[in-house]
Ligand binder design. Structure first.
Ligand code: ZN
Length: 264
């Protein structure tokens, strides 16, 4: 038998597999998450803190995410499909399924291979490193970082009473926690600027430590070695509140200065 007859088809099959691997949209889609958000950041800025969506329903949409609770009662961290509250004393508790949220974002766990992050001195430096992994900045990305943090600064907000003040009046009173030598997870999102008014544009992370005892909204951090997984979100879903507080809120206008003030 002429050996060329054997080699040529197998070479074609090999090329075919390579082509399928790199150009098959189904394979690309495999490393993507779907993003779900309840309510908008501008509604939260306006003081729409009334919880409406149950944690049970929220957790049907993904395994990893962040948000807050009815009456702005602490920072929400969702990890491994479980929902935790970091209250204003810095204590972490798992939240029951019947509690409600006025604002939350959730996605599927990123399925990409993890990449290492080295010698991160600050949140700004972390952002610069993450920028290299956001291949399409016009998409939302879900981001999961695990690290042994040298330092980490986080905050939580106090439960509010009615009439609810706008968020800019709440955050000056926030509780700030500073941790050293703590292993944990950052869960969060990259959100493009054009989602302004809906999401927090740029990066937004919440922290929870490996013992599930400490956490909060990330303000700063440093670490020597960490790992990160990211997934783009091509499918973006929103659900909006049905309550009167949301209906009456003025959600118009560019409010990036207010977002910077309450998130940084
Ligand atoms: Zn936050």
């Amino acid at each position: 038998m002429n050996r060329h007859w054997i080699k040529k088809p197998s070479f074609s099959i090999f090329i075919g597999f390579i082509f399928l691997f790199f150009f098959n949209p189904l394979l690309w889609a495999a490393n993507s998450s779907s993003f779900f958000q309840f309510s908008t950041i501008n509604a939260l800025l306006e003081g729409v803190y009334k919880g409406e969506l149950t944690i049970q329903k929220l957790l049907q949409k993904g395994q990893i995410g962040l948000g807050t609770f009815d009456a702005l009662d602490g920072e929400m961290v969702i990890i491994d499909g479980r929902c935790f509250r970091v209250n204003s004393q810095g204590m972490v508790e798992e939240v029951t399924a019947d509690e409600t949220t006025p604002f939350a974002a959730i996605a599927q766990e990123p399925s990409s291979n993890s990449r290492n992050l080295f010698l991160i001195d600050s949140y700004e430096e972390l952002e610069l490193e993450l920028n290299k992994m956001i291949e399409n900045p016009n998409l939302i990305y879900i981001i999961h970082i695990e690290a042994d943090f040298q330092t980490l600064k986080a905050r939580s907000v106090h439960r509010q009473t009615k009439p609810y003040p706008p968020l800019t009046e709440v955050t000056p009173d926030q509780a700030i926690f500073e941790f050293t030598e703590m292993s944990g997870d950052l869960v969060g999102f990259w959100c493009p600027q054009y989602f302004e008014g809906i999401c927090v544009p740029g990066y937004h992370f919440h922290f929870i430590d490996k013992d599930l005892k400490h956490g909060g909204h990330l303000l700063d951090c440093s670490f020597l070695l960490g790992s990160v997984r990211v997934s783009p979100c091509y499918d973006v879903f929103m659900q909006l509140p049905r309550n009167q507080e949301f209906a009456r809120a003025n959600l118009a206008g560019k409010r990036i200065d207010e977002i910077q003030q309450v998130e940084k």
